[in-house]
Write a protein that binds this ligand. Structure first.
Ligand SMILES: *[C@@H]1O[C@H](CO)[C@@H](O)[C@H](O)[C@H]1NC(C)=O
Ligand SMILES: *[C@@H]1O[C@H](CO)[C@@H](O)[C@H](O)[C@H]1NC(C)=O
Ligand SMILES: *[C@@H]1O[C@H](CO)[C@@H](O)[C@H](O)[C@H]1NC(C)=O
Length: 486
């Protein structure tokens, strides 16, 4: 869940309030009050579309109705039934060459507390016989307490490898979050390791590439997924790289104009919010209940806390003045979804996203090209990241129908070789198990005139290396990023 604790009123009092360092510092993991709108709702988590309370919308006059409770449940991603996924589907004569996975960390404790209320009482210790659990949870716990030989860059070494506080700390991964990623790992194991033999039995350190931001929840999520994928892995073969930037821009982060688009996007967000009278009334009402000024309540980012109550089935906080309730929750959640819808229509976020994600996509493309040329390294890649990482990637690729990244969301890039024509390589892209390859801007029209259910690698390469800058009337990242916004 993501929002800026205190959205800047336009015009900003000072531009220096938002220097790049702040925009990409991990302390601001939440920049956007946004959620993607399902244009074609995909069945997820066993919640069939029948469960969605809907009034029949008039397609000509009304946008489709938003069901905030359904959307919130999808967002929580509570482990339940076995998931059906489309990862690894290909004609039998295709060979899987590599897999790049980007994940959002699993369920976490809120990053903010609502002032003067009791924090939700959630236990972040791992207890295998407490629900939700996983058959591998106990073995995971014991494996995590070993592992002195693992290589962890920089500050990662000082982070705990699993959550352990009986009252969760702010932002701490919960047992639900660990279970979500054990499940992701197991699912990918069944498909990629068992079915497609992506890694040999005696895989080496060089065949994996692992990278995480410096938060315990991302490192722990990455470890849980890895454990599901490769149970009882040899710690000596594990090397986690540390990424300081939430957009994984590594050494190519300088781009003034990117921040300009982000500031413009935040202005859009602000003006939508202040136009929403029902939302403003809701904040006023909640502030009265809590007994603090409305401004302070809003700044405490209450939806982040409320989602935690909602996902963990803990009742919303009460004071002597009354209780925060599900109606407040619905109003704020609905606004998030409307905000996301508007975000899709205005192109500011898209422009930001193209520039924000180029370094990461460029790395992914280069790695795929090397493998297509015969290199046998970095066959399985894991980036353990945040909603502010995945959301711009989805936007930049043009996957506008995707929902905002839920807890433990996964975005997978598969590289395949045509077993009949060795020189031909193809990619597939999957978001939470759904094949979104042909929703991307660069492959949208491809399946109409091809017998192969995949996108040629060259199309992806051309998009990342050049075409993604066409909207800026340019052909290169450095050219656009040299520009001054004013
Ligand atoms: C949620 O909590 C309520 C009351 O505390 C309980 O009746 C209900 O069964 C719980 N639901 C789930 C899904 O655990
Ligand atoms: C893109 O990748 C190429 C090849 O690895 C590299 O030389 C170039 O610097 C990268 N560009 C950016 C902006 O990261
Ligand atoms: C690209 O060029 C067109 C036509 O000259 C212009 O209207 C548009 O504003 C330019 N876009 C950017 C991002 O500079």
């Amino acid at each position: 869940m993501c929002l800026l604790p205190t959205p800047p009123p336009p015009p900003f009092r000072s531009r220096s309030l938002f220097p790049q360092a702040i925009l990409h510092s991990l302390h601001v993991t939440c920049l956007f009050l946004v959620h993607l709108i399902p244009v074609n709702p995909v069945k997820e988590d066993g919640l069939s579309s029948k469960n969605r309370k809907r009034i029949m919308p008039d397609p000509l006059t009304e946008p489709p109705a938003i069901d905030p409770i359904f959307e919130a449940r999808v967002y929580c991603n509570i482990p339940s039934i076995t998931e059906h996924s489309m990862e690894g589907h290909a004609p039998h004569y295709f060979e899987l060459m590599s897999v790049n996975v980007m994940i959002r960390h699993g369920d976490r404790y809120p990053l903010y507390a609502i002032p003067k209320t009791k924090r939700p009482d959630i236990d972040c210790t791992l207890v295998p016989n407490r629900k939700p659990s996983h058959p591998q949870l106990e073995a995971f716990l014991s494996h995590m307490s070993k592992g002195a030989e693992a290589q962890m860059d920089g500050t990662l070494n000082s982070l705990p490898r699993y959550p352990s506080h009986s009252l969760c700390e702010m932002g701490e991964l919960t047992q639900t979050g660990v279970v979500q990623h054990l499940r992701n790992g197991k699912l990918l194991r069944d498909i990629y390791i068992k079915k497609h033999n992506l890694l040999p039995r005696d895989w080496t350190a060089k065949q994996l590439y692992l990278e995480t931001t410096g938060k315990s929840r991302t490192l722990q999520s990455g470890l849980a997924l890895l454990y599901g994928l490769l149970p009882d892995f040899d710690w000596k073969k594990i090397h986690f790289r540390h990424q300081w930037s939430t957009i994984f821009c590594s050494v190519s982060c300088d781009c003034l104009i990117r921040n300009h688009y982000l500031e413009e996007e935040q202005r859009r967000q602000y003006s939508l919010r202040v136009k929403n009278n029902q939302l403003e009334r809701t904040y006023v009402d909640m502030a009265k209940i809590v007994g603090i000024p409305t401004r302070q309540l809003r700044a405490s980012n209450p939806i982040d806390s409320m989602l935690c109550h909602f996902c963990h089935n803990v009742s919303f906080p009460c004071t002597k003045n009354g209780c925060i309730d599900i109606e407040h929750f619905k109003v704020i959640k609905t606004h998030q979804l409307e905000d996301e819808r508007e975000r899709q229509e205005k192109k500011l976020y898209f422009m930001y996203a193209l520039l924000a994600t180029h370094p990461l996509l460029n790395q992914t493309v280069s790695r795929m090209q090397h493998i297509a040329e015969g290199k046998k390294e970095e066959i399985f890649v894991l980036y353990s990241a945040h909603d502010v990482t995945l959301s711009p990637v989805l936007s930049a690729l043009g996957i506008t129908e995707a929902r905002f990244p839920r807890f433990a969301a996964r975005l997978v890039f598969e590289l395949w070789q045509d077993g009949k024509k060795y020189k031909e390589h193809f990619i597939r892209i999957l978001y939470n198990g759904v094949d979104v390859t042909f929703q991307t801007s660069f492959c949208r029209d491809h399946n109409k005139h091809s017998s192969k259910p995949m996108c040629p690698l060259e199309k992806f390469v051309r998009f990342v290396k050049r075409d993604m800058f066409a909207i800026f009337n340019s052909t290169s990242y450095y050219d656009v990023c040299r520009r001054r916004p004013f």
